[in-house]
Ligand binder design. Structure first.
Ligand code: PBG
Length: 330
């Protein structure tokens, strides 16, 4: 094998064009899904304190927002709803005139080509803030399935292109697939939050959506951060149940899990660069401790390099504008 001085790895790092030529990982604005938080009311655009640059939007302001998103070259959004009323069973999650259902219609009317994915979960809609039905202080898996299926169908009826269950109940992909097929939505794909960890990095999101559990925690349904083999079992199950796209969440602390899944399975793989990961970069950049643009592009490249095809990220708009403007000479 050749070695130094015949081999000089620095040769291909000599200038920007050479580096571009041998670049192994390209991040593209087409890789992104941009999360949007929708609230009741009108003319509401309120910044989420722990997520600078990310807003609560009322439905009437969505058309302008999604036109900007599409102009930036981002082709998909992921909707989260903050309802005006909560109850024990999260029934406002599947109302035809619920906040997410209205948002879907408004977006599809404004920019029909934009893909609308929806978060399918109960926690923003339940008084107790858990992702499933609570029976005697426990999260009841099987009773939750029917509700999740109802939510998914109501999103499809409103015009959603993709449904994304984030609850981590066993069997939800199967239940949702069955319900969608029964309702003649066999063409609607399921993006499953397959390996969703019980993570501290959801803090800003929970504040933004008011979905902090009112008792206990999510350890009985979300995964233990220690486990990667179990993630492969989750993927096996979700694929067997009919998931079209699988997901790892959060992204940065779980790059090894992304890589293991990529090496083992052939399904499209998404990674969710979650609120706490976003907040860390934003907070450090605001103090001048990091160069935000470089840090964000490095984070997104790392997630893609680990094996993700799709990145759900709050940085999407910024990153899309930076990527498109990257000059050839610099
Ligand atoms: C709800 C849900 C959560 C996130 C997405 N869907 C929070 C949680 O499970 O507690 C987190 C997203 C983020 O932090 O950006 N099931």
């Amino acid at each position: 094998m050749a070695s130094f001085p015949q081999v000089r790895l620095r040769r291909l790092r000599h200038n920007q064009a050479l580096r571009s030529l041998v670049k192994e990982t390209q991040v593209n604005s087409k890789d992104f899904i941009y999360p949007l938080f929708v609230v009741p009311g009108s003319r509401v655009k309120e910044e989420i304190p722990s997520m600078p640059g990310i807003f609560h939007n009322s439905v009437d302001l969505l058309p302008r927002e999604v036109e900007e998103i599409a102009r930036l070259g981002i082709q998909a959004v992921l909707l989260f709803g903050i309802p005006d009323s909560k109850d024990e069973f999260g029934s406002s999650a599947y109302r035809a005139d619920g906040v997410v259902q209205k948002a879907i219609r408004s977006i599809k009317q404004a920019v029909p080509e934009l893909l609308v994915a929806t978060d399918v979960c109960l926690c923003e809609y339940t008084t107790h803030g858990h992702c499933g039905v609570v029976v005697d202080g426990e999260i009841d898996n099987d009773r939750t399935l029917e509700l999740l299926a109802k939510i998914a169908v109501s999103h499809a009826e409103a015009g959603a292109d993709i449904v994304a269950p984030s609850d981590m109940m066993d069997g939800r992909v199967k239940a949702i697939r069955h319900a969608l097929d029964e309702a003649e939505f066999s063409f609607i794909p399921i993006l499953s939050y397959t390996a969703k960890y019980a993570s501290s990095f959801y803090g800003p999101f929970r504040e933004a959506t008011g979905c902090t559990p009112q008792f206990g925690n999510r350890l009985s349904y979300q995964m233990d951060p220690s486990n990667w083999r179990e993630a492969l079992r989750e993927v096996e199950q979700d694929i067997a149940e009919g998931a079209d796209i699988v997901m790892v969440k959060p992204a940065l602390p779980y790059l090894d899990v992304i890589r293991s899944i990529r090496n083992t399975f052939n399904h499209p793989l998404a990674a969710y660069n979650v609120s706490g990961e976003f907040a860390m970069v934003k907070a450090a950049a605001a103090r001048g401790w990091l160069d935000e643009r470089q840090a964000v592009l490095e984070v997104l490249t790392a997630i893609k390099r680990a094996g993700a095809d799709i990145i759900i990220t709050y940085h999407a708009k910024d990153a899309a504008s930076w990527l498109d403007n990257t000059p050839f000479l610099h």
